[in-house]
Design a protein. Structure first.
Length: 663
């Protein structure tokens, strides 16, 4: 990198705590960041533990990497390159300068260009109408690409002319105020508009083709596997809580079939070729007015408000009327993109919370290990270990077996213990505390079904570490370590800091590197260290794994992580405009070798957007990202447009997925 970073050219935009615009908070998380923290459990902070004089450091950093290795040619699950050396300065691109937060452009490095792959409203199903901003209908939206894209998976890689793959995309939430010219507030939405909004949530599966390494993926609107999953789609519940009294409703007395998946944020691609999707801020779609909450179960999940008006279109969103419907959301969903007729599955064995996503690695014995974050201030990191091992191969029997893997297994929550800061590094040891083991609850007073449906309350009782908003938690296929993005937590007070969350008023977030003991993802113990403390590099509280900070990029609010074939960590951000005054972006940081900590910015998304779903081409030549909520700036509306991304001439911002390719 040669250019000097542009620093703080602009006044910071007005934001809610944590760096998002007020509109992001309203439409995405139902203003949760302006609400009281729902975790009022007595779990101790490590400051308390340290004060008691506990200081341990006994971890042997294991070097065995083999357990993480999986061999599918999938972009979502990078294939490791064995023993590939890390070359000094080998980022493969020249970093861009930080981009001021008013710029309405996608900024990519010299030698690259970008193209839209799929945008809100693009036809997904055969016969779907072309997008028309001023003539939206629920029927059209159910056949078209959904709104705000987050997780992106591409299964089936290839650069050759005619290469074919299937792309799976989450649609997390909608910016209702940017979708309709006559928007006033939730109460003013017509039933038809509510149906359009509901149809724009969920997921899209689209076949894509490309014509060579310098060409972008293009959607094939006639693809056999194309499908839309939305609030009218039937999904199946499986695992120990399925069918339990907590999940039965008047429309579904079996407690096993649910309509729709909500607020699908990040996700993961499994080694057996399916896609996992996290239901995150599901609370906001439910109107809890008048609902009884004697045990604080609703409050612990933030289900307290008036909702987004959906109960006017469908009474199941009124908690007082249908109290168990809300229990059927907040799960990890598995989609088999190969079979467009299959019902996606909500896996109750993986617990219910505000799931950022889930990423799977294989344990030494082939069991599936899913790492998961609960994205709320002071909430927890979780891990699921399947009871059975994955079967290799693509036979029908192997596929059937693997599609059951996430139905049964053990669930854990993380406790981090620091070792003091004398060595200049925040690090220590950790433990996975069992919530469910061998089909039995490990939490006194909770049945297995109760642990899984009210996982937050169960975890509150076992001494889990309260984290600074866990986002992506993802194993690095190249080195076997696991990387957890803690995006920010401005509520943390000096009295609440611990070594795993070492900064009070943590506006900029940090990234923890977890090293499973014995190199085995099934291990109950681990070593950890903070590999990145984000912010302006000139801020003395920032830390780039010890790398010289004079030439690294500023970064704030890490959200999604991904890895390239060499194991370099790629981080996308959500919240730079309000914290650094820069557009959100995508960054690359080597985590091994002499470049460890040399973080460089690869791209920036347009004004108002966050960067999501990074997918790194296994060949190392190209990158896909989701541009979520472009133009989401206070005061913006369809008649006061702030972003016109992806600049297709229709004058309105259209969230979507882009492919950055070499020129
Ligand atoms: Fe949807 Fe945790 O971001
Ligand atoms: Ca230390
Ligand atoms: Ca996220
Ligand atoms: Ca990820």
């Amino acid at each position: 990198m040669t250019a000097t970073p542009v620093r703080r050219l602009l006044p910071l935009l007005p934001t809610h705590p944590g760096g998002r615009s007020a509109q992001t908070c309203h439409f995405r998380c139902g203003d949760q960041c302006a609400q009281p923290v729902p975790n009022t459990s007595g779990n101790r902070y490590f400051g308390d533990v340290l004060a008691e004089g506990i200081s341990r450091r006994s971890v042997v950093r294991a070097g065995a990497l083999g357990a993480a290795v999986v061999g599918l040619a999938s972009w979502g699950q990078a294939t490791p390159a064995a023993a590939r050396p890390t070359h000094a300065g080998s980022h493969g691109f020249t970093a861009i300068d930080p981009v001021p937060s008013t710029v309405d452009a996608v900024t990519v490095p010299e030698g690259y260009r970008w193209e839209p792959v799929a945008s809100w409203g693009d036809p997904v199903l055969p016969g779907a109408p072309a997008f028309d901003f001023d003539a939206q209908t629920p029927e059209a939206q159910r056949q078209q690409f959904g709104y705000n894209c987050d997780y992106v998976a591409v299964l089936g890689a290839g650069n050759a002319a005619g290469a074919k793959a299937v792309m799976v995309v989450n649609h997390e939430y909608t910016n209702d105020n940017l979708m309709f010219r006559d928007y006033t507030d939730a109460a003013g939405l017509s039933i038809e508009q509510l149906e359009i909004i509901m149809a724009a949530h969920g997921m899209s599966v689209v076949e894509v083709r490309r014509q060579g390494a310098r060409r972008a993926w293009r959607v094939d609107p006639a693809g056999r596997r194309n499908r839309r999953i939305h609030t009218h789609t039937e999904l199946r519940l499986d695992g120990p809580a399925a069918g339990s009294e907590h999940l039965r409703t008047s429309a579904d007395p079996t407690g096993t079939v649910v309509l729709g998946t909500l607020n699908n944020c990040a996700g993961g691609t499994t080694p057996w070729g399916t896609v996992l999707s996290g239901e995150e801020n599901f609370h906001q779609y439910f109107n809890a007015t008048g609902a009884a909450d004697p045990d604080g179960r609703l409050r612990r999940y933030g289900i307290t408000g008036g909702g987004r008006g959906w109960e006017r279109a469908d009474s199941r969103f009124l908690v007082a009327e249908e109290p168990n419907e809300v229990n059927r959301h907040g799960w990890i969903v598995e989609v088999d993109p190969e079979d467009p007729t299959s019902a996606p599955v909500k896996h109750t064995a993986l617990g219910r919370f505000k799931h950022e996503g889930a990423t799977v690695a294989l344990a030494a014995d082939g069991r599936a290990v899913a790492y998961m974050g609960d994205d709320e201030r002071y909430d927890y990191l979780y891990k699921f270990v399947s009871a059975q091992s994955m079967r290799r191969g693509n036979s029908a029997a192997a596929r059937r077996h693997n599609l059951q893997l996430l139905a049964e297994g053990d669930l854990y929550v993380a406790r981090f213990t620091g070792d003091g800061f004398e060595d200049g590094v925040y690090d220590g040891t950790g433990e996975w505390l069992p919530l469910v083991l061998d089909g039995r609850s490990q939490v006194p007073g909770f049945t297995v079904a109760e642990v899984l449906v009210w996982t937050r309350l169960a975890a509150d009782t076992v001494g889990a570490t309260k984290m600074d908003r866990p986002e992506d938690v993802e194993p690095n296929p190249a080195n076997g370590r696991v990387y957890a993005a803690l995006t920010n937590n401005t509520r943390r007070t000096p009295g609440e800091i611990d070594e795993a969350n070492p900064r009070a008023n943590n506006r900029f977030g940090h990234v923890i590197e977890i090293d499973p003991d014995g190199g085995d993802h099934a291990s109950r113990t681990f070593g950890w260290n903070i590999v990145l403390v984000c912010g302006d590099p000139e801020d003395p509280t920032t830390y780039y794994a010890g790398f010289d900070k004079s030439d690294v990029s500023p970064i704030s609010c890490p959200d999604n992580v991904a890895f390239d074939r060499e194991g370099n960590l790629w981080i996308s951000t959500d919240g730079q405009p309000g914290t650094l005054g820069y557009n959100d972006g995508l960054f690359m940081m080597p985590v091994d070798g002499d470049q460890r900590g040399n973080l460089q910015q690869f791209l920036a998304v347009p004004v108002g957007a966050e960067t999501c779903g990074p997918v790194i081409d296994p060949t190392g030549l190209s990158v896909l990202v989701a541009v979520q909520h472009p133009g989401e700036v206070t005061g913006a509306s369809p008649d006061t447009v702030v972003s016109q991304f992806p600049y297709l001439g229709d004058g309105q911002p259209r969230p979507g997925v882009i492919h950055v390719v070499p020129q």
